[in-house]
Design a binder for this molecule. Structure first.
Ligand code: FES
Length: 120
């Protein structure tokens, strides 16, 4: 089986060949390879491919796997459902300080006031 047929990331259909080509194009960090190829951005968020990608990158760079800088981790760290999100205790947004009646449109704000009209 050639590297063009080996799937590195099943979620995003990234082949080993695509990963290696991206490396040769100058994407030499796991984070940039992730952003460029999509490896690790699928449903499993890299659980099925990032360690293999790190090993492959270490091999391509001629370094030890533990020397490969891992990707940035952003919340949520674990997959969650919308129901779980809805149950989170998030404070209400701050109340607006102006009511809709007291807010002027940009055209109204730029127009002369009654006082300014009287002066002219
Ligand atoms: S296998 Fe790569 S993100 Fe799931």
């Amino acid at each position: 089986m050639s590297s063009s047929q080996v799937i590195l990331c099943r979620c995003e259909d990234v082949t080993l060949d695509e990963f290696r080509r991206a490396f040769q194009e100058g994407f030499t960090e796991l984070e940039s390879l992730k952003r460029y190829t999509g490896v690790g951005t699928g449903f499993c968020q890299g659980k099925g491919c990032l360690s293999e990608s790190a090993f492959e990158l270490a091999d391509l760079r001629g370094i030890l796997p533990e020397e490969v800088r891992l990707t940035n981790i952003r919340p949520p760290a674990e997959p969650m459902t919308f129901a779980e999100l809805a149950r989170l205790d998030i404070p209400e947004p701050l109340a607006a300080t102006k009511t809709s009646e007291s807010v002027s449109t940009p055209i109204e704000a730029a127009s002369p006031t009654e006082h300014e009209k009287d002066e002219s």
